[in-house]
Structure formats: structure tokens, C-alpha cells
Design a protein around this ligand. Structure first.
Ligand SMILES: [Fe+2]
Ligand SMILES: [Fe+2]
Length: 315
């Protein structure tokens, strides 16, 4: 993260014991004066991932909105983009309060350094893919943010998420209403199925490495997240699979007792140009793909930074 070191960081000098004591007393962390250096580092990291994800969803959804079947549908899609920009703004503003140089972070960072999930690097090329993204990606965002809302120990973010949660519910409903409507027509349904075929597994990846590969330590202790990656993946499948089954869309997952089981190779190779899944691979190989970023990374970040660059050039 290109967070310039500023004197403000010197305010976050509590010991870990001080932070633990405050949390044990049922109090929230309200600002730098309550943070240890480790707390500051952790909260900056998770806020950056969250704000970057919100931010990049705006150009991704806006690009797909051009396929809206009618002007009022385009309006709904644009209002979702507007919500996402406001969500990103909440995260970046909080990072600004935590001593991060917001202009450097948003407008001067190189595209590859953004920390949003790889899924957004794959273009949404139709209205079908956009509404499937609302049904799948926004559900992933909702699962993650609900977890933060429930467990976060950072007061200002926790309170702000009450508004974000409500808007994400609207995005989800937009996705589901459209998926359902399109599935009533056999021709449209095939296109919805084709979208689900590449997007479902990509969203499974969104939640990151499986629990046996990743240690969370301080993330869980300080309430940066409550559920583990695998638990979040389960919560997401519990939300989306029954809905998709109801509308007749096949996805490679089924319920077995109180667990959801993935019915395909996972993780696996992804052909990002053809949007097609291939052979099983290792998580190390997945991380290579994530790190290299995908087809739209440069274009989306360029789009977000263009105005700032042009203004700076003419100043
Ligand atoms: Fe959002
Ligand atoms: Fe959203």
C-alpha cells in the first residue's frame, strides 16, 4: 500500500495490552489514540481492500451498464455505481483520518497495487453478466461487510456500514430480480447460465485461501473479521445457491447436511480471455494469476485516475 508515513502515525502508540484491555471492557477503538501500531497496520489493510473493491466495482458496472435493455434500467445500474463510489469514499476518508495520503492512494497508485478481488479484472460484457454480478459479487461484498459490521472493533467504520449494508441489499435485489426475470425466457436463461458458469467459481475464489492455508491471528482477535475464509465462503453459498436453484440455474455446489460442498475442481485454471474454467491447479498458481491481475485492471484504474491526471497536467 502506498501509504506515505506521516507524523499522524505517531499517535497510534498504544501497547497491544492497552488495546486488548479496551476491547475487553466492551469499548470500540475510535481513532489513532486508541490504536497500537499493529492495530493501525491491520485496520489500514482491511480498509484498503474494502475501499478498493467498492471503487473498482464502479467502472466495472458502468462499462456493463451500456448493455441495459432500456433507459430506466441504465438509470438503476448507474445509481448502483454511484452507491459504490460513496462506499469507496467512506473507506478512503477513514484511511485519510488514519494518516494515509488519500490522493496518493486513489489517484497515484499503480493499477497492479490495488487490492480488490481478481474477479473484477474480468470484464462484464452484457446485461446478463452485470445482473449476475449483482447477484453473486454484491452478495460476496454483503457477506464480507456484514461480518465486519458485526465484529469490527473500529467504531467509525462499524457505524458507517449500517448505511452500506442497506444499499448492498438494493444491489442484490436488483441482481436477483433481473436474474429471475431473464430466466423465465429460455433464450435469455441460456445467457444467464453462461454468466453463472464462469462467475460462480470466480466468486468462490473471492474469499481467499482455505483456512488450512492461512493464519488469521490478529485479524480475528481485533475483529477485523469475525468468520474465517471458509466460513465466509459457506455463508455466501448458503445465500446464493438456493436462489440459483430456484430459478433453474445450475452451479457446481450442493448442500450436504449443514455444509455446502463444491462439486468441481477447486481451485482451478481460468482462461480469462475465453472466460472458461480448466484443470485443477494449486493455490500457489492461483496466487500467481491474482498477482498478475486480469484483463481490465489497467483500464479500470486508468478510468478512475484520468480526471485527476488531466487536472494535475493542466495545473
Ligand atoms: Fe458497495
Ligand atoms: Fe454493491
Amino acid at each position: 500500500m502506498s501509504s506515505a508515513t506521516t507524523p499522524i502515525e505517531e499517535l497510534a502508540q498504544r501497547s497491544e495490552d492497552d488495546v486488548r484491555e479496551r476491547l475487553a471492557a466492551g469499548k470500540l477503538v475510535e481513532g489513532l489514540q486508541h490504536m497500537s501500531p499493529a492495530y493501525l497496520k491491520g485496520i489500514r489493510r482491511i480498509l484498503t481492500v474494502s475501499a478498493d473493491t467498492e471503487l473498482v466495482s464502479a467502472p466495472a458496472y458502468l462499462r456493463a451498464a451500456q448493455h441495459a435493455p432500456a433507459l430506466n434500467n441504465f438509470g438503476s445500474a448507474v445509481s448502483i455505481c454511484q452507491d459504490e463510489l460513496a462506499h469507496a469514499h467512506i473507506g478512503y476518508r477513514l484511511l485519510g483520518d488514519l494518516g494515509v495520503d488519500m490522493n496518493a492512494l486513489i489517484y497515484e497508485r499503480e493499477a497492479k497495487a490495488f487490492k480488490y478481488p481478481y474477479a473484477f479484472d474480468v470484464p462484464l460484457d452484457s446485461w446478463h453478466e452485470l445482473v449476475m454480478a449483482n447477484a453473486l459479487y454484491d452478495q460476496a461484498g454483503f457477506v464480507l461487510l456484514s461480518d465486519v459490521h458485526a465484529t469490527s472493533t473500529f467504531g467509525p467504520w462499524k457505524r458507517a456500514l449500517a448505511k452500506v449494508d442497506k444499499e448492498e441489499t438494493f444491489h442484490l435485489r436488483h441482481g436477483r430480480t433481473w436474474v429471475k426475470k431473464l430466466c423465465a425466457d429460455p433464450v435469455e436463461k441460456r445467457r444467464v447460465q453462461a454468466a453463472a458458469d464462469w462467475m460462480f467459481v470466480l466468486t468462490l475464489e473471492w474469499f481467499g485461501l482455505p483456512d488450512d492455508r492461512k493464519r488469521h491471528g490478529i485479524q480475528l482477535e481485533y475483529g477485523f473479521k469475525g468468520l474465517s475464509n471458509d466460513e465466509l465462503r459457506q455463508a455466501w453459498m448458503a445465500a446464493v445457491v438456493p436462489f440459483l436453484e430456484e430459478v433453474g440455474i445450475d452451479v457446481p455446489a450442493h448442500r450436504d447436511g449443514d455444509r455446502w460442498v463444491i462439486d468441481c475442481a477447486f481451485p482451478r485454471a481460468f482462461d480469462e480471455e475465453a472466460k472458461r474454467w480448466g484443470d485443477p491447479i494449486t493455490w500457489e498458481e492461483v496466487m500467481v494469476r491474482w498477482k498478475a491481475r486480469g484483463p481490465m485492471n489497467e483500464a479500470y484504474v486508468e478510468r478512475l485516475q484520468r480526471g485527476y491526471r488531466q487536472r494535475a497536467a493542466h495545473a
